[in-house]
Design a binder for this molecule. Structure first.
Ligand SMILES: O=C1O[C@H](COP(=O)(O)O)[C@@H](O)[C@H](O)[C@H]1O
Length: 233
């Protein structure tokens, strides 16, 4: 999805959905109801998943199902512009397949490339964070957080179930033009406090602290419990 410029998205807009909480948040914000339903040029959106659980698309754990039920079934995005993973493949196969799909869409001009980083540049990413500071399926202390070649990779030992997932890598997330980070609930307050404190050291960075956009805008959307450990709330 794209941040509207002068009220209208432009052609070839690319957006990424990546979060339970963030989707619930945007659905509650009536994105699929008037006046936004008419204001947004939904037919120009191309929708991807920043991470996905390797389960059938109709499984309760599927991020695709969550997005379909919460938002996509309610807005007129052409089905050919919604890019779900191939759920018939293994985690490794699905990650390869998704990366190949992104590369083809870059060639076709649907997804832009970042001139700064050499990775794809999505217009909007709707992300969330877990209480351990994970974003997408990039978990603290897991070697995947250091992946710097692949666009999409896979995990088979996710600490949060289900264990098998695919995920965008940090170079892709950090090439975004805009990230909307939705964090709610007291359970996330510690990670928010750590992320926004000045005391980070490179040795113990949480994934949320590694989300540093190269040339983009990062906006937090929180409720009060999530920021309850910050000094100046
Ligand atoms: O497992 C996941 O967790 C993160 C954070 O979850 P949320 O419900 O707090 O948004 C999410 O961003 C990711 O997409 C999901 O697969």
């Amino acid at each position: 999805m794209r941040v509207p410029k002068k009220g209208r998205p432009s052609l070839g807009s690319s957006g990424v959905l990546g979060s339970h909480r963030s989707l619930a948040f945007w659905s509650r914000r009536k994105l699929a109801e008037p006046p936004y339903l008419e204001l947004v040029a939904w037919n120009k959106w191309h929708v991807f998943w920043v991470d996905e659980r390797v389960v059938p698309k109709d499984h309760e754990d599927s991020n695709y199902k969550l997005a379909l039920d919460g938002l996509l079934a309610k807005v007129p995005i052409p089905p050919g512009q919604v890019y779900a993973i191939n759920d018939a493949l293994s985690a490794e196969g699905a990650a390869d397949d998704y990366e190949t799909c992104l590369k083809q869409l870059v060639k076709n001009g649907v997804i832009a490339m970042s001139q700064t980083t050499g990775f794809p540049r999505f217009d909007v990413m709707l992300l969330g964070m877990g209480p351990d500071g994970h974003i997408a399926s990039l978990f603290p202390g897991h070697p995947l957080v250091n992946e710097n070649q692949r666009w999409v990779t896979y995990i088979k030992d996710s600490p949060k179930p289900p264990p098998e997932r695919i995920t965008f890598t940090f170079p892709v997330i950090n090439s975004s033009a805009y990230v909307a980070m939705v964090v709610t609930g007291a359970g996330n307050a510690g990670a928010v406090q750590k992320a926004l404190s000045d005391k980070q050291t490179s040795s113990d960075l949480l994934p949320i602290e590694m989300a540093v956009l190269q040339d983009g805008e990062f906006t937090w959307f929180t409720d009060k419990p999530a920021v309850s450990m910050l000094q100046n709330k």
